[in-house]
Design a protein around this ligand. Structure first.
Ligand SMILES: Cc1cc2nc3c(=O)[nH]c(=O)nc-3n(C[C@H](O)[C@H](O)[C@H](O)COP(=O)(O)OP(=O)(O)OC[C@H]3O[C@@H](n4cnc5c(N)ncnc54)[C@H](O)[C@@H]3O)c2cc1C
Length: 386
């Protein structure tokens, strides 16, 4: 198992959440996915080096120290690289990106009571960073292109909840804006926005998305976004497989449409599926996409995949964070969102079974009635929709 990071695998999502927020826990219990002994016990040899080149047709790996490996099979699960803003000053030492634990520790070293930070981007990661920095007493200004962060993903009502939670924590929004330059030398002291206003800061964090980390992959066609195209067994080429953030795969829940999903659980599920295929024991991949977010005391879980929807059906009390919501298109349920992840399990099961009811079955229903509809289909296969 090759990684350029100099430690055992860890809980990456924690790097924008509890760990960054300074929640008390010992870092090793908190972050490590498995103990050092686990890898030894299972004879998993770890190599902490950077791969400079993977020659796909030859199936050879060249490390940046010049050494090489020639495996029979390779899984490319190299994740993604954060995008940097292409504006003057973006290369300054205190304009930070977040992908790894060491990026996270660099941010923690700059955070502290009364410090000022500009967070660029209104993605899940950047908003979680804004929340966690606020937890450390940092005064955060969020600069985002959207006029309402998350409205396109979760609908206006839920997006508004998240925005209010940030504002209640003291975070300030500059929306519909971007940064046109950072001011200072090796260390910036302010950011100028595209409306000409300037925001003072001790450091900035740029969270405007990622690109697949495939710069070292040679001799295989890459998609325009840098991802690797895989088949239903996560095979990209003879003996070469790809999974996680780098892979564009045929999704069984969307008529084989090719998706690239940047979710933690999806990466774990794809890794398992690819490993089975590499061991000659492939099974059809049928995972339902799932992710969660935690911001300013609010947690949200999201099951399914709804890049475009025409209806958000909400039931419950948004102000008490007690609700379930469905994203639907053309009367078809695509995704379910709730602060209570346990409420998503029936939806997941029905998506597996391809037996989700139409949107009209849950429209206008109370939370309990909605869940009853799902559980009834799950249990009996029949239900009165209306
Ligand atoms: C801060 C943060 C918070 C997140 N929060 C959530 C969340 O709440 N929910 C959610 O669903 N998802 C979340 N994600 C996304 C999730 O972490 C990713 O989808 C997931 O980690 C992808 O797994 P992966 O195995 O594809 O890549 P990674 O986890 O990125 O692992 C790739 C590994 O390969 C190494 N590598 C890359 N190139 C090379 C090379 N040339 N040589 C050697 N090693 C290399 C990398 O350093 C890394 O260790 C978050 C991501 C981040 C960064």
């Amino acid at each position: 198992m090759i990684s350029q990071e100099d430690r055992i695998p860890y809980d990456r999502p924690n790097c924008s959440k509890g760990y960054l927020a300074g929640e008390p826990a010992s870092p090793w219990v908190w972050l490590d996915i498995r103990s050092e002994e686990f890898y030894n016990w299972h004879h998993i040899e770890r190599v902490n080096k950077r791969v400079a080149v993977l020659d796909v047709p030859q199936r050879t790996i060249q490390f940046d120290d010049g050494t090489t490996l020639k495996p029979d099979k390779v899984l490319v699960a190299s994740g993604a690289v954060p995008r940097q803003l292409d504006v003057p000053g973006a290369n300054a030492r205190n304009v930070l990106l977040l992908r790894s634990l060491s990026d996270c520790n660099a941010m923690i070293a700059r955070a502290g009571e009364g410090k000022k930070a500009v967070v660029v981007g209104d993605s899940f990661i950047s908003m979680e960073v804004a929340s966690s920095l606020a937890n450390r007493g940092v005064q955060v200004t969020i600069v985002g292109l959207d006029t309402m962060p998350f409205a396109k993903v979760l609908g206006e009502d839920i997006a508004n909840l998240l925005r209010k939670a940030h504002e209640a924590k003291g975070n300030v929004f500059k929306l519909g804006r971007t940064v046109s330059r950072f001011n200072g030398g090796e260390e910036i002291s302010s950011a100028t926005l595209d409306d000409g206003t300037t925001v003072a800061c001790d450091f900035a964090v740029v969270g405007i998305g990622v690109r697949p980390a495939t710069g070292f992959v040679k001799g295989a066609p890459l998609n325009p976004d840098g991802s690797l195209e895989v088949d239903g067994k996560f095979r990209a080429a003879e003996g070469v497989y790809a999974a996680g953030d780098v892979a564009r795969y045929p999704d069984p829940h969307h008529e084989g449409e090719r998706l690239r999903i940047e979710h933690w659980r999806v990466a774990l599920q794809q890794g398992r599926a690819a490993a089975r295929a590499m061991a000659g024991n492939a099974k059809p991949f049928d995972a339902v996409p799932f992710f969660w977010t935690e911001q300013c005391g609010m947690a949200l879980a999201y099951m399914g995949w709804a890049p475009a929807w025409d209806e958000v059906i909400v039931s419950g009390d948004l102000s008490k964070s007690d609700f379930v919501a469905y994203l639907a298109k053309d009367n078809r349920l695509l995704a379910m969102v709730s602060p209570h992840s346990e409420k998503l399990s029936a939806f997941e099961e029905l998506m597996h079974l391809r037996r989700l009811p139409p949107a009209e079955a849950v429209r206008g229903k109370s939370q309990d009635e909605m869940l009853h509809v799902l559980r009834a289909v799950e249990a009996e296969g029949v239900v009165e929709w209306v």
